[in-house]
Design a protein around this ligand. Structure first.
Ligand code: NAP
Length: 503
């Protein structure tokens, strides 16, 4: 099995903190990049020469013009590197990262040299030419470009084939959330190495993943070119727990499979250029997707097959890819209902209010109607939600957001809006305790935080509650089964999510 190298990047203002970070990085890293341009109060040359580690130390002195914190003046940078080239190093093995515009730097004895190019604004058109220039003198080419949408990363990824054909080492990186997949898959597909952060919050470039997640969650060192690839298609992948849940399942089942965050803005572009065998520009063995906002309905037009439940719901959260064909399913309805039935029992004739009119609400309404419940929709925009209400033949009421008592009392109140989610909406709730009247159960689909404001309001009114975690796990278990045909290791999946959310 191919072993990819992981380079942990450290960047600190003092020599003391740099050394502390190096000691921390040694547990995960094959190589440690020391960004001496970050050092403010100590001499970067002294630091570079005095660092000791058993791991190879990569010295980087990145100018601000290349996204670093060091001086941009060429003469200052040249002087720094000239001094270093003549230096004696304490580290066992020393590597240098020279930016593309540095010329005339003597090659120090016994060092490995990376020649790097960074573009934090986007992806330049002339990547092939840049690669040729960087690799002209038997140095390792590193090309890092900024991406937003996942397909922005295609050109830099394509360079791997060129590098392989020319037998030249390359580190291609698509920075930003749109390019996280290049960081994870790079080493398995021939990248010389991938860069990782020491810990969350200490990332030295956009989209960097922590070294512990690279190793323990994404299993970067175990992946190879035959890996089955799954991922979550989302407009914003940064909040998703799905990579932790599904990678834990693959790990528990010892599968050669990985689950990636796939930040997709233009869905048609992604499906055409990266998934469909007839049109795709790069060969990645996608086997399945979780689908979330804002693509749950839009994905339908790209499917070759949609199962009956998903079609009736009008939203797809799961795609299986087989022989280039896309099969769509909805596991939200199952995931929503499974824990509800355990807690509430028979739902026939129950009066249920569902707040929200998005993809999740659709799955809830469908599942509730299948069980014979009477459903009403609570929405902030009645006119906008009218077609959904008509489609499912449910009545609709305005959502009053805690300002006045709800018009009707319900047996069950479901929150399928983002109100209460960690972040800006965390303190918001669709209802206060004194509005809950005779409600028997409050079900909040939000799982982060586990106790939302709504759950708190319900508990203080002595009403039974159900959070979104059970649904998350249940719908994920079903996804795993659809993709693999195997029973899912539900306990491992639940443990991974709880660990991530620190529950
Ligand atoms: P969505 O398609 O974006 O729909 C969100 C709905 O909430 C829309 O009807 C929207 O109203 C409404 N809404 C948004 N902000 C609101 C506000 N400030 N006040 C009142 N209503 C508001 O999202 P979704 O996919 O249905 O997901 C909804 C929630 O369920 C999310 O928080 C998601 O995390 C959660 N969820 C959890 C699970 C799980 O497994 N636990 C699964 C799926 C979803 P407009 O139409 O007027 O914009």
């Amino acid at each position: 099995m191919k072993k990819g190298k992981i380079c942990v990047s450290v960047c600190a203002e003092t020599a003391e903190e740099t050394l502390r970070q190096i000691r921390g990085a040694e547990a995960f890293a094959d190589v440690i990049e020391v960004r001496v341009d970050c050092v403010r109060s100590d001499d970067p040359v002294k630091l570079a020469t005095e660092i000791y580690s058993d791991k190879p130390i990569l010295i980087t002195f990145r100018p601000s013009s290349q996204g670093g914190q060091g001086p941009s003046e060429l003469s200052i940078r040249q002087e720094f590197w000239n001094t270093l080239a003549a230096g004696n190093f304490a580290a066992k093995e020393i590597w240098f990262d020279h930016e593309y515009d540095l010329t005339g730097i003597p090659r120090a004895q016994n060092t490995l040299s990376i020649r790097s190019f960074h573009d934090f604004r986007g992806v330049p058109e002339n990547l092939d030419e840049i690669f040729s220039r960087l690799s002209a003198n038997d140095e390792i080419a590193k090309i890092a470009v900024q991406t937003d949408d996942i397909t922005d990363a295609i050109p830099v990824w394509k360079l791997l084939a060129k590098a392989k054909a020319e037998n030249k080492p390359l580190i291609p990186i698509a920075m930003g959330d749109g390019g996280k997949w290049t960081r994870i898959l790079g080493p398995a597909f021939g990248s010389f190495m991938t860069f990782a952060a020491l810990e969350s919050g200490s990332e030295t470039a956009p989209g960097q993943i922590t070294a512990s997640d690279m190793i323990d969650v994404f299993r970067v060192k175990e992946l190879n070119e035959n890996v089955d690839i799954y991922g979550i298609i989302a407009g914003d992948t940064s909040y998703s727990s799905s990579p932790f849940m599904h990678n834990a399942a693959f790990k528990a089942e010892k599968m050669n499979a990985v689950f990636l965050p796939l930040q997709v803005r233009d869905l048609g572009d992604f499906i055409g250029r990266m998934v469909k065998p007839e049109t795709r520009e790069i060969e990645l063995a996608f086997r399945g997707f979780s689908v979330t906002n804002p693509h749950k309905q839009a994905i339908i037009e790209y499917l070759d097959f949609i199962d009956e439940t998903a079609e009736k719901i009008g939203a797809v959260n799961t795609v299986r890819v087989e022989k280039g064909k896309l099969y769509g399913y909805n596991t939200d309805a199952y995931g929503f209902m499974a824990p509800l039935k355990v807690l509430f029992g028979d739902l026939s004739g129950a009066n249920v209010a569902v707040a929200g009119a998005g993809g999740a609400a659709r799955a809830c309404i469908y599942a509730l109607q299948q069980e014979g419940a009477n459903v009403a929709l609570l929405v902030r925009n009645v006119r906008k939600a009218q077609s959904l209400a008509d489609e499912f033949n449910v009545r609709i009421e305005p959502l009053t957001l805690g300002q006045s008592p709800m018009a009707t009392s319900f047996d069950i109140l479901v929150n399928a809006t983002p109100l209460g989610t960690k972040g800006a909406l965390q303190n918001q709730t669709i209802a206060l305790s004194d509005q809950l009247g005779a409600t028997k159960l409050v079900y909040d689909l939000i799982y982060n935080p586990s106790e939302t404001r709504l759950i708190h309001e319900a508990r203080s009114a002595d009403i039974e509650t159900l959070g979104g975690m059970e649904m998350l796990i249940a719908q994920g278990v079903k996804q795993f089964e659809i993709w693999t045909g195997k029973n899912a290791p539900g306990d491992s999946m639940a443990a991974a999510v709880r660990k991530r959310l620190q529950l």
